[in-house]
Design a protein around this ligand. Structure first.
Ligand SMILES: [Zn+2]
Length: 200
């Protein structure tokens, strides 16, 4: 079931369409610092976990830079595809983390769904889910939204379970919920007044 979603090209096309909408809204909102017009400054990333056969546009991170001399601030819109600086797609980070709850990392590593996933990455993800909901700037926001409180040890499935619909719909809602974490530095500064982006 999870593997089917990970390999579902149509689902990834849908995520890309949502990201295009998010980018258009961010551009319409203009520069977050000076209100200037935004120019496209999208860049290519090398995300892991993109299903075979999808085009290069799936590796593109939408981004803008301010057109005003002396500002030039970058605005990176929120995304349902990229989760902060994780090198794997947000879908992969979420669904593989869910799978990990029911299996051992070594058994999971033998699954061919996502090549190159090592034990250390999986462990980092587990730590990331927990810290995001316990001691990140996003944690108070997440806690306020989740009543009754979610089971931290069972993240991210405990979060996924809070959303209605089939797995794809649940995943979309979860990715939307995490959207404040997915923008660039400027976006996070705006949301939390601080910068805590780290690479994974
Ligand atoms: Zn500006």
């Amino acid at each position: 079931m999870y593997q089917a979603v990970l390999a579902d090209a149509k689902f990834h096309e849908q995520l890309l369409a949502f990201d295009r909408d998010l980018a258009a809204s961010a551009r319409a909102a203009r520069c977050w610092r000076c209100g200037g017009a935004l120019h496209s400054g999208s860049y290519a990333r090398k995300p892991r976990g993109i299903p075979a056969g999808l085009g290069q546009e799936h590796a593109e991170r939408f981004s803008f830079s301010c057109a005003v001399d002396g500002c030039r601030k970058r605005t990176t819109p929120t995304s349902l595809r990229f989760l902060g600086r994780h090198v794997y797609l947000a879908t992969v980070v979420t669904l593989i983390s869910v799978l990990m709850l029911g299996t051992t990392p070594s058994r999971l590593a033998r699954l061919s769904v996502v090549p190159g996933l090592d034990r250390r990455t999986l462990t980092r993800w587990r730590v990331w889910w927990r810290s995001t909901f316990t001691d990140s700037p996003f944690a108070p926001v997440a806690r306020a939204a989740m009543v009754p409180p979610i089971d931290i040890a069972a993240l991210p499935i405990s979060l996924l379970d809070r959303f209605a619909g089939d797995l794809r719909e649940q995943l979309l809602s979860l990715l939307r919920f995490l959207a404040p974490l997915t923008g660039g530095v400027s976006c996070e500064e705006r949301a939390f007044g601080t910068t805590t982006m780290r690479a994974f």
